[in-house]
Design a binder for this molecule. Structure first.
Ligand SMILES: C[S@@+](CC[C@H](N)C(=O)[O-])C[C@H]1O[C@@H](n2cnc3c(N)ncnc32)[C@H](O)[C@@H]1O
Length: 214
């Protein structure tokens, strides 16, 4: 199947090149219950929903967690600079989203609207993943994409909270920003430490995605 990752004229953490690499990993695993930590403006979410809708004939769920504008006051966290002021390099996007729609793309309301087509398949949760994941029922998740807070502690906690819920079952955890491409060493260190602690196997895809097969 020829599926191409689209940007949908929004802001995205993954450009189409990396989006297609992620889709390829998802294609190999064919999950039914997808969790994304760090939804941002919903572009990866939308691509994942479109893809799973096709390959699973509508039989899938998508769960997303994001601060959606909440400030957790942690100086260790690197926030995409875009979030603070919704700056676009394309002036037409500035006119359309900031002046005409007056819509903050990294808000729960905007992402809900953007994913409306999949209303009955998705659940979106606003808040700090360090806390939100503890209160969410994520036992059925069989694919998690971790791309939220990039500090050591948040990456480590996200891995721990997810792994403890899905261990013993077949599943996949993919973390973004492992090495080379983005040089976010806190993320790499947290993943390496967690994988070592739990004796998990780790595959690195193109120096960017860390894949843990469970
Ligand atoms: C790099 S962006 C995610 C990009 C998105 N996965 C994509 O592919 O477009 C990181 C997102 O994580 C969110 N975030 C940062 N720290 C977080 C935390 N502790 N809990 C939940 N979300 C967090 C930010 O609000 C931001 O939207």
């Amino acid at each position: 199947m020829d599926f191409k990752f689209k940007k949908y004229w929004r802001k995205t953490g993954l450009n189409p090149k990396w989006g297609n690499v992620l889709i390829e990993i998802v294609k190999q695993k064919k999950p039914k219950h997808f969790l994304e930590i760090g939804v941002f403006c919903g572009v990866t979410s939308r691509n994942i929903c479109e893809f799973l809708n096709l390959v699973q004939n509508g039989d899938f769920t998508y769960t997303g967690v994001d601060l959606f504008g909440d400030d957790i006051g942690d100086d260790d966290e690197m926030k995409p600079s875009y979030i603070a002021n919704q700056k676009f390099s394309n002036p037409l996007k500035h006119i359309y989203y900031n002046l005409y729609l007056k819509e903050n793309l990294n808000s729960l309301k905007s992402v809900k609207k953007f994913l409306k087509k999949f209303d009955n398949k998705i659940s979106l949760h606003k808040g700090d993943s360090n806390k939100v994941l503890k209160n969410l029922d994520i036992k059925k998740i069989d694919f998690a994409f971790i791309d939220g807070g990039h500090s050591y502690q948040t990456t480590f906690n996200d891995l721990k909270n997810i792994y403890e819920n899905i261990k013993g079952k077949k599943g996949t955890i993919v973390c973004d920003d492992y090495q080379d491409v983005s040089y976010i060493t806190d993320v790499k260190k947290a993943i390496d430490d967690y994988v070592k602690k739990e004796s998990l196997s780790l595959r690195i895809i193109e120096g960017k995605f860390a894949v843990i097969d469970i």
